[in-house]
Design a protein around this ligand. Structure first.
Ligand SMILES: NC(=O)c1ccc[n+]([C@@H]2O[C@H](COP(=O)([O-])OP(=O)(O)OC[C@H]3O[C@@H](n4cnc5c(N)ncnc54)[C@H](OP(=O)(O)O)[C@@H]3O)[C@@H](O)[C@H]2O)c1
Length: 262
């Protein structure tokens, strides 16, 4: 079940506060090509946001349940090719500031969604390049991007920073050492961000576990669960898929955005 780590959500704001719901939000989403990230982009566009999508690649067709016109109005969606494994590929403060504009009433949301599950396996067998990539995508890129955004002149604008984590951050399970470690370290970074801004009513930090959902990442997890007896609790992942219990990323995105915007 999708869940916010609301214990770190120090400043829950309501949509009906002045300057929040009636203005165009500027939303930055990583990992926008598929899965939860693509669904979040669709939902944010439907809600009227301006969206900066950071991805290595992008869909070349509108989603089936996307905007009625098929494509968002010009300027509402900026597709910015980014390899999150390469810090040099991340947007600069000047680029972010140009996207955000200067409207003081326009709220800002940054969603660190991109993630990689690999490498899976016992420590000692891990591919070194895959370890570096996982740390870069799951941890370093969210740290650097947040640091860059907070260096921009945000003035009195409302800022919500979301880190998409996983229950794996809190389970010591064989084979998932890298994925779980990066998510747990990411949580600590964003808990620290929340602490640093606990007296700042403009800044809200959310750590969200979307729960198991029907995406490519979950298919990768299932592959390991099917073929690798080393995977603890492997039957649960296979059975939930066989019973058709995995929610679509579109459904999860709607639930998450509804809760983040309350
Ligand atoms: N699926 C689940 O059951 C589940 C459960 C708990 C938590 N989560 C978390 O939810 C988030 C979304 O997961 P998902 O299931 O939607 O994953 P997914 O289907 O595998 O999609 C991952 C996204 O991250 C992007 N990405 C990966 N490496 C990248 C890189 N180097 N540079 C730029 N983008 C990169 C991918 O883009 P490319 O197309 O370029 O690869 C893709 O858009 C992740 O943080 C994940 O840890 C997922």
């Amino acid at each position: 079940m999708p869940a916010n780590r609301s214990d770190y959500d120090h400043k829950r704001r309501r949509n009906d506060r002045p300057g929040y719901s009636d203005t165009v939000r500027s939303t930055i989403i990583t990992g926008a090509s598929r899965g939860l990230g693509a669904a979040l982009v669709d939902e944010c566009l439907l809600a009227g946001d301006r969206v900066l999508a950071l991805s290595r690649r992008f869909r070349d067709h509108p989603p089936a349940d996307g905007p009625p016109s098929g494509r968002p109005p010009p300027g509402r969606l900026v597709l910015r090719p980014t390899d999150l494994a390469d810090p040099a590929s991340l947007p600069t403060a000047a680029e972010l500031a140009a996207f955000l504009g200067r409207d003081p009433a326009s709220a800002i949301m940054l969603v660190h969604n991109a993630g990689v599950f690999e490498p899976f396996g016992p420590i000692g067998s891990l591919d070194a390049a895959a370890v570096r990539t996982a740390v870069a995508v799951n941890l370093t890129a969210p740290m650097l991007l947040t640091n860059t955004l907070l260096s921009c002149p945000l003035r009195d604008r409302q800022l919500t920073v979301v880190y998409i984590s996983s229950s794996a951050a809190h389970q010591v399970g064989g084979g998932r050492s890298v994925y779980g470690s990066t998510k747990r370290a990411g949580e600590l970074f964003f808990e620290t961000l929340a602490m640093e801004h606990q007296d700042d009513p403009r800044v809200r930090v959310i750590i969200a576990d979307p729960g198991i959902m029907d995406t490519d990442m979950q298919a990768t997890v299932r592959e390991h669960a099917l073929h690798d007896a080393y995977f603890p609790g492997r039957e649960r992942f296979i059975a939930r898929h066989q019973r058709g219990e995995l929610p679509s990323p579109a459904r999860v995105a709607r639930q998450l955005l509804t809760s983040w915007r309350q």
